[in-house]
Design a protein around this ligand. Structure first.
Ligand code: GRF
Length: 188
């Protein structure tokens, strides 16, 4: 049984989706959900599914304390699902090649510092893009520059609001993220 540990800072719809996807799996399970926000929706969603949660501060993350909290869960794959802090080098080094992230755009466009949530969709509208989508990629020392694993696009008609684009992107995320996680796990 492979162990997945999810890191998230927000509402956690992707985290919950992955938890539910593996609930009956003989292959893998979500061993824990880590968050830097005690009041994030992801904590409540994890607790509802009886998944252990670990809340930490940015200082603990930077002081290497989170790596120590992570080791006991023996993660085979670390999944960032809306984790908004820069992932520290100590964890990247220790779990090299085993950390993935999902980004709500078609990288390398619309990535990097500050490009998260509605900021991304606003920029898509401002630039009159005819499509957007999702990118699942490995994490390296820089924000959104790790090797790309999977991308899926969705056409835009140029009249969508930010919220409508967010909804279209989230549907892609919920459809494909668990499937890609399962594929990576099966190849470990
Ligand atoms: C998603 O849009 C994901 O692409 C981005 O953060 C958001 C997380 O949403 N990295 P949720 O908290 O899983 O609902």
């Amino acid at each position: 049984m492979k162990n997945i540990v999810i890191f998230a800072s927000g509402s956690g719809s992707n985290a919950e989706n992955i938890i539910l996807h593996f609930k009956k799996s003989a292959q893998a399970n979500v061993a824990a959900v880590f968050s830097n926000k005690a009041n994030a929706g992801v904590i409540e969603r994890a607790e509802t599914q009886n998944i252990p949660t670990v809340v930490f501060t940015k200082d603990e993350l930077l002081a290497g304390k989170v790596l120590e909290k992570l080791k006991p869960f023996q993660p085979d794959l670390i999944v960032l699902a809306g984790f908004l802090l820069k992932f520290p080098h100590d964890i990247i080094a220790h779990y090299h090649g085993k950390i993935i992230n999902i980004h709500p755009a078609l990288l390398p466009k619309y990535g990097g510092k500050g490009m998260y949530g509605m900021n991304v969709h606003r920029a898509i509208i401002e630039n009159k893009e005819s499509e957007t989508g999702i990118t699942i990629h490995y994490i390296d020392e820089h924000y959104d520059e790790g090797d790309i694993i999977f991308q899926k696009s969705v056409a835009l008609n140029g009249r969508e609001t930010c919220e409508e684009i967010s909804e279209k992107v989230q549907q892609l995320e919920h459809e494909y993220f668990p499937v890609i996680v399962e594929k990576i796990i099966s190849e470990l």
